[in-house]
Design a protein around this ligand. Structure first.
Ligand SMILES: Nc1nc2c(ncn2[C@@H]2O[C@H](COP(=O)(O)OP(=O)(O)OP(=O)(O)O)[C@@H](O)[C@H]2O)c(=O)[nH]1
Length: 617
């Protein structure tokens, strides 16, 4: 471990500090560049470098993506002056935009990283706009210049045009070989302003991340804005006024290293012994318990679940294990919400809220992997608001909560989407967006061959397979970013699926009126193939309220009651058949359909059928 005094500061003069983050489109190489910086500044010995050191969770390493932000402190000398650089690594996926926005608020500058073989993508723009909103100094950088397919001249021009700088100001680096990285660190020191704050004012530090560690409890990442923080003090969270003992304070370089305190502009971690990340809320302001600050820093968005889905253990007896597992996971993931739910078909489980589908997949993956669970998740849906004619308003996160009776209006969440695409694919993108009830906004050429298209779309239409469709219809060239833009009234209905006239809650879905028929037909068709024939006839119906919109029938297995009756007289045969008919009638009334769990899983799987996702055809 390094013992550079800049790593273990009492409090470094703000003039010698630089706080910056790296922002980029997914896979443009942030984590690789961050690793290279750690190597070049000597924070991480090269031989110890695991690929993507900063992506600590196994799942992150496997998927090659960054989920939680990390902040690392690095020493760097420029013209004989010893600077300390705090680098905050940010995630790149749309689901985690809220992580990016917090990290940005802790910095004065951002390295805008663009793949020299790909050029600007949708999240490059989204992150750039976020950085500009936070008044950050932007350093434009082309990465991966070692790639044979890199076209740095072309993309440097594109980038320069985008941010309005000179082409020569666009740096060219390779995170892989290290080329250009020392020059980039010099630019960070030269171009990015040092933090400013009032050292004598009451302490205010903003929490930009908090993670649960099973040994140490919650580790909270902060950026000190005014005053300072010292170990063994009592601190207070300004939103709740809850006080905690500060057990340890320090910086990450690259492992947590305790320090004697953190001063103005410094970025580091604190440990209070708290066991739940929700008590150390991202966006909250930390102050001293004695001599509290008057006003909090504020300015964060709380993560709000965008997509809900039911999670059920395949084996019903695993329910308590699932509950424990969710409790533990939530300690580390403030954006995850859940409440118990029971379903006739699937038994006891939880209704969970996620930031998006990737978040859902990650949570499910972690539950299955870390807690050894087998889970079924039901088709995801967004949050609807139903206004009744009597003025009552109902929030629907589960189709089963969709009210009957007189509905005045149903509102659904809307997003503003930005799609970047080579101009030859404009037609394909327009077609897709139209199918998904999109309304076109403006369209700008960001270079001769690339276009930025703006659309307003219902969230429900894009959270499922929109991105896959977009990729396949544009040969993988399009990129997408979106942000919530309120809600809008829409013609939405609940389609129920009935087996033997009994509603099967797990299959209900809220879909656009024009897509209801397609959903109904596809679902009853699927179930017909999946459910075995029974001793009696089983009607499968799709219905909107009392109106049946689709029907299939599983024919009964006809038991040959006449088998033993060879020859014989006709009246005996008729008697037997009559008896069978009566028996069947009874079974129909009292019998229940046996549906194998695999049928539920197959019918609920969202991968193969577009109508099942409420898509308008
Ligand atoms: N040739 C080459 N490949 C690179 C370079 N930098 C990164 N890569 C590769 O690009 C891919 C993505 O790199 P990451 O560092 O994981 O990208 P990221 O932007 O951190 O991705 P997220 O964390 O998911 O947002 C990996 O396969 C890297 O090996 C580079 O300079 N040159």
């Amino acid at each position: 471990m390094t013992t550079d005094p800049r790593i273990v500061p009492a409090a470094t003069a703000p003039e010698l500090l630089r706080n910056f983050c790296i922002i980029a489109h997914i896979d443009h190489g942030k984590s690789t560049l961050a690793d290279r910086m750690l190597g070049i500044t000597g924070v991480l010995e090269e031989r110890l470098q695991k690929a993507q050191y900063l992506d600590r969770m196994d799942i992150e390493r496997e998927r090659g993506i960054t989920i939680k932000s990390q902040a690392v402190r690095m020493p760097w000398d420029v013209e004989g002056s010893p600077f300390a650089l705090n680098m905050i690594d940010t995630p790149g996926h749309v689901d985690f935009t809220y992580e990016v926005s917090r990290s940005l608020a802790a910095c004065e500058g951002a390295v805008l990283l663009v793949d020299a073989a790909q050029g600007i993508e949708a999240q490059t723009l989204a992150n750039l706009y976020l950085a500009m909103e936070n008044d950050l100094t932007i350093i434009p950088v082309l990465n991966k210049i070692d790639l044979p397919s890199a076209d740095p001249d072309r993309y440097a021009a594109e980038l320069a045009q985008l941010i309005g700088c000179d082409v020569d100001d666009v740096l060219r680096v390779s995170g892989k070989t290290g080329e250009g990285v020392p020059e980039l660190l010099d630019r960070v020191v030269r171009d990015i302003p040092h933090p400013v704050g009032d050292a004598d004012a009451p302490t205010r530090a903003m929490i930009f991340d908090s993670v649960y560690d099973s040994y140490r409890g919650v580790v909270t990442y902060v950026r000190v804005v005014d005053g300072d923080l010292k170990p063994r003090e009592k601190i207070a969270m300004m939103s709740t006024l809850a006080t905690h003992d500060l057990l340890e304070i320090g910086v990450i370089s690259p492992e947590p290293t305790p320090t004697k305190g953190l001063g103005v502009g410094e970025v580091g971690y604190l440990i209070t012994g708290v066991k739940d990340v929700r008590l150390s809320k991202v966006g909250d302001t930390v102050t001293r318990a004695k001599g509290r600050a008057e006003t909090s820093l504020g300015g964060y968005r709380d993560p709000r679940p965008m997509v809900y889905s039911g999670l059920f253990p395949l084996d019903g007896s695993d329910f308590p294990v699932l509950r424990d597992a969710l409790d533990k996971l939530q300690l580390n993931d403030a954006a995850l919400v859940y409440e118990p739910e029971s379903s006739v078909a699937l038994g006891f489980g939880f209704r969970c809220g996620y930031l998006g589908l990737l978040h859902l997949e990650i949570v499910r993956d972690r539950l299955e992997r870390e807690f050894n669970l087998d889970l079924i998740s039901t088709a995801p849906n967004v949050v609807y608001t139903v206004k009744m004619e009597d003025g009552k308003e109902i929030t629907v996160t589960n189709p089963s909560e969709f009210p009957g009776g007189k509905i005045a209006e149903v509102r659904e969440p809307i997003v503003k989407a930005t799609i970047l695409v080579p101009s030859e694919f404009i037609g394909s993108v327009m077609e897709l967006c139209q199918e998904r009830r999109g309304q076109m906004g403006t369209m700008n050429y960001i270079s001769e061959t690339r276009v930025e298209m703006h659309y307003t779309l219902p969230l429900a239409e894009i959270v499922f397979d929109f991105f896959d469709q977009l990729k396949s219809r544009t040969k993988g060239y399009a990129s997408l970013d979106y942000e919530p833009a309120g809600d809008e009234a829409a013609d939405l209905v609940k389609v129920d699926i009935l087996l033997q006239s009994e509603q099967v809650d797990a299959f209900s879905a809220i879909v656009h009126k024009d897509a209801a028929y397609a959903y109904g037909v596809s679902m009853v068709g699927k179930l017909k193939d999946l459910i075995d024939r029974q001793q009696f006839e089983v009607p499968i119906q799709a219905a909107i309220g009392a109106r049946i919109i689709a029907r299939e029938t599983i024919r009964a297995i006809r038991k040959d009651v006449l088998a033993k009756c060879y020859g014989g007289d006709i009246s005996r045969k008729r008697k037997l058949l009559e008896k069978q008919k009566a028996g069947k009638k009874r079974m129909k009334n009292i019998g229940s359909v046996e549906v194998p769990p695999e049928a539920f899983i197959a019918a609920l799987s969202t991968s193969d059928d577009s109508a099942a996702k409420g898509k308008k055809k």
